[in-house]
Write a protein that binds this ligand. Structure first.
Ligand code: C2O
Ligand code: CU
Length: 485
């Protein structure tokens, strides 16, 4: 019988995966922290911002002085940051100039189904294999080399991200660079005295491994079948930690408060992040602001999750080096980035005691209960023993209702639900943990653990999915469709 490669399951470990050793080990804290460019609309109307993004192969300098071929939205990694405002529509036309099909998902978006980046709603490669006339996907949708994604932004201010979602190939395509940030603001958030502009830092954290020639390494083996060694893949951990695409970067920071939007864009790696000086206060989670700030010693970030924090460097002397550490990492992966304090500066921000009003869902609101068991079996990562079938649906839920979903697992599985946001009701035998606070779209389910969530399906109707956000598990069939009717 085949066994799983590299699988240990410490509850507070780096997750399910195996280290892919690279040949390049850049110096830590030398690269400058990049801030991804902000996307510029090509057309602005009374209610809509239109963008055009081209996915293409590009040479990027991720490691200083070294060229790495990436697949990037507009040829950059991370891709351009979109800034949207609740109440306005965003339409993004994505053109695919890569050699492979793609599908773009706005993670955390309350998005109409036809714009959700369904894994078989492919954008075909321009110039490689033109779509035969009238070609349709398994879901009956048309294929082309460009696609308009329409996002009616009806949801609260939140830190979202977008990434590739092509069936069976999300892991390798995200690894090569197909990911970026999508920030939504609203009136409530913009009225708060929080740090903004260059003191509001999006930090997309992900691990990668590099070959000696600077190229990104990824296993060549077919992830859906056992490799030559008879092993199935558990998930891929890189040995270089990137923040906004730079290895273990450094940035100068005044001795003031900063907002850090922490995004885990890794394929499989979990992080527990802390600062060596200063304090961190959580103000938001996946789907927006918490009701009240939450002082934290450290924050856990499973793949796909976001945590919005205020880092307070007030009072730190000039020259202080504040290291962001990852206590779930070992050796170099135990470090993430460094802030170098430049000295005091004016700061009129504060962390209000109330951030927003949030309805706390009560269990009695649930009109149905369902169980989803995330498990390795029959050579696949499965949900309720089923490998993913894009044409099948696991259940139907009613738009506008709340359901109780119970996730159980054998290994670490970061469970992500499209369209519906949820609140964590319980974890194991206890209530939610501090890291479970607020509205979420991804929840870290640990080995042999049961997590219950209340999902609000208010938004859109159509076919959506839930899946494990360990991208190698996702590619090895740990996904399921559900219909919102
Ligand atoms: Cu971030 Cu369905 O994924
Ligand atoms: Cu998983």
């Amino acid at each position: 019988a085949a066994t799983l490669a590299g699988c240990t399951r410490p509850v507070d470990g780096p997750g399910t995966g195996e280290l892919l050793a690279g040949e390049l080990r850049p110096e830590r804290f030398q690269a400058k922290l990049p801030i991804p460019p902000v996307a510029r609309p090509v057309k602005v109307t009374a209610d809509t911002d239109h963008y055009l993004v081209t996915q293409r192969v590009a040479q990027a300098e991720l490691i200083p002085g070294i060229k790495t071929e990436i697949w990037g939205y507009d040829g950059v990694f991370p891709g351009p940051t979109f800034r949207a405002r609740k109440g306005r529509w965003t339409v993004v036309t994505v053109r695919n100039e890569l050699p492979v099909p793609t599908s773009t998902h706005l993670h955390g978006g309350v998005t109409p189904a036809e714009s959700d980046g369904f894994p078989t709603d492919l954008i075909l490669p321009a110039g490689y294999s033109p779509a035969p006339p009238g070609h349709h996907s398994a879901t009956g949708r048309h294929h082309d080399t460009t696609r308009d994604y329409t996002y009616p932004i009806t949801q609260r201010a939140a830190t979202l991200w977008y990434h590739d979602h092509r069936m069976d190939f999300t892991g390798p395509q995200v690894w090569r660079g197909l990911a970026g940030l999508f920030l939504i603001t609203d009136e409530i958030e913009s009225a708060l005295p929080l740090p903004r502009d260059d003191r509001d830092l999006p930090l997309m954290i992900c691990d990668r491994s590099f070959a000696a020639d600077g190229s990104l390494k990824y296993p060549q083996r077919d992830m859906t079948h056992p490799g030559a060694d008879g092993m199935f893949h558990a998930g891929i951990f890189g040995d270089v930690i990137l923040v906004n695409g730079a290895p273990w970067p450094r940035t100068e920071a005044a001795a003031v408060r900063y907002r850090l939007r922490l995004v885990n864009g890794s394929n499989a790696r979990r992080y527990r992040l802390s600062l060596s000086a200063g304090t961190i206060t959580q103000i938001g989670s996946d789907a927006g602001l918490l009701a009240a700030p939450l002082p934290r010693e450290d924050v856990l970030l499973a793949p796909g999750e976001r945590v919005d924090v205020i880092a307070d460097f007030t009072g730190l002397p000039a020259g202080t080096e504040v290291t962001m550490a990852n206590t779930l990492g070992e050796g170099p992966t135990a470090d993430v980035m460094r802030f170098v304090i430049t000295g005091p500066a004016p700061d009129d921000t504060r962390i209000p005691v109330t951030l927003t009003t949030l309805e706390t869902l009560d269990r009695t609101r649930a009109v149905a209960e369902r169980r989803f068991d995330f498990r390795f079996g029959g050579g696949r990562w499965t949900i309720n023993d089923q490998p993913y079938d894009p044409a099948a649906t696991m259940c139907s839920v009613r738009e506008g209702t709340v359901e109780l979903w119970r996730f159980t697992s054998d290994f670490h599985h970061p469970v992500h639900v499209h369209m519906g946001h949820f609140q964590v009701l319980s974890r194991g035998a206890g209530g939610p943990e501090p890291g479970d606070a607020g509205w979420k779209d991804t929840v870290d389910v640990r080995p042999y653990e049961t997590v219950q969530v209340l999902v609000d399906f208010t938004g859109h109707r159509g076919r959506y999915m839930l899946h494990c956000h360990n991208l190698e598990h996702e590619d090895m069939a740990m996904m399921a469709n559900f219909d919102i009717v």
